[in-house]
Design a binder for this molecule. Sequence first.
Ligand SMILES: Nc1nc2c(c(=O)[nH]1)N[C@H]1C(S)=C(S)[C@@H](COP(=O)(O)O)O[C@H]1N2
Ligand SMILES: [Mo]
Length: 322
Amino acid sequence: MTDPRPPAPPADPGRRELLRQAALLTATAAGFGGGLTLLTRSAGSGAGPAAAPPVPEPAGRVIRPSGPYDTREPLTSYRDMTTYNNFYELGLGKGDPARNAGALVTRPWTVVVDGEVRKPVTLDVDTLTRWFPPEDRIYRMRCVEGWSMVMPWLGFSLGDLLRRVEPTGAARYVQFTAIHAPDKLPGQRPWVLDWPYTEGLRLDEALHPLTLLAVGLEGRTLLPQNGAPLRLVVPWKYGFKSIKAIVRITLTRTPPPTTWALAAPHEYGFYANVNPAVPHPRWSQATEQRIGESGRRPTLPFNGYAEQVAGLYAGMDLRRNF
Ligand SMILES: Nc1nc2c(c(=O)[nH]1)N[C@H]1C(S)=C(S)[C@@H](COP(=O)(O)O)O[C@H]1N2
Ligand SMILES: [Mo]
């Protein structure tokens, strides 16, 4: 049997190369001897033989599109969804997050919801799912690197949680913060990004019914490599907005900093709406590689969710606000 997975698209090495060079620069500036060896090893899959990631089993339950937002497109295989990942806290290679999954301890897990709200809460992730029972949502996922998947999440609308904590009249944005545990997470030991990973949405984007907090995938509890125990899913934006392993959700008056915009502001904006008409400075965004398919398919404006979300950006210049 041949591996059904196509080779990684050229955009992937592009972004990794940027990071490698940046990390190298930092290491050199700091005067570390042997920095290159260290960095090569931190790049994981690029560093010679390593154990293949374990292949997890999906839940036996068949998941069929049922809701108004579910795509009818065929699901990406559970194997690909759980072994081809971006989660830099667990390593830079696509197979690293699955290989290093054991480093992310997901229970117990506390989430703080605070900032511009009348009723801030600190609660256990399992309490959260008792408050908001998760449902299946089948969404397209488009990475800024040029590949895509169809993923059946288990989750609830972020808006349900936000309404529960009662945003004040001053709330305009929502900031998300991921776990920071450099003693445990192998990807947080070398400098790769400005940890912890942080993301943000405008409040109206956060309240849109498509915006999901996911706790599962294909009928199963989320695996660490997919951002367990709690991750954001914003299907009309590039994948990097969908922050994994969330520990804090803060409502703010001003736009929060976001990790990729901090790392390379000319390449990654705050909005990051999927837009085939606006190329990344180093590659086109007109087409994508659907993982498991051969050949490339056209990328759709707002990743195919224009009908639902284009109105959020009426009157905005989407080339400037990229
Ligand atoms: N905390 C954190 N969240 C993250 C990332 C990351 O490196 N760290 N990578 C992002 C990117 S680039 C993508 S494409 C998606 C991938 O999600 P998946 O592996 O579940 O498909 O997670 C996003 N969320
Ligand atoms: Mo991505």
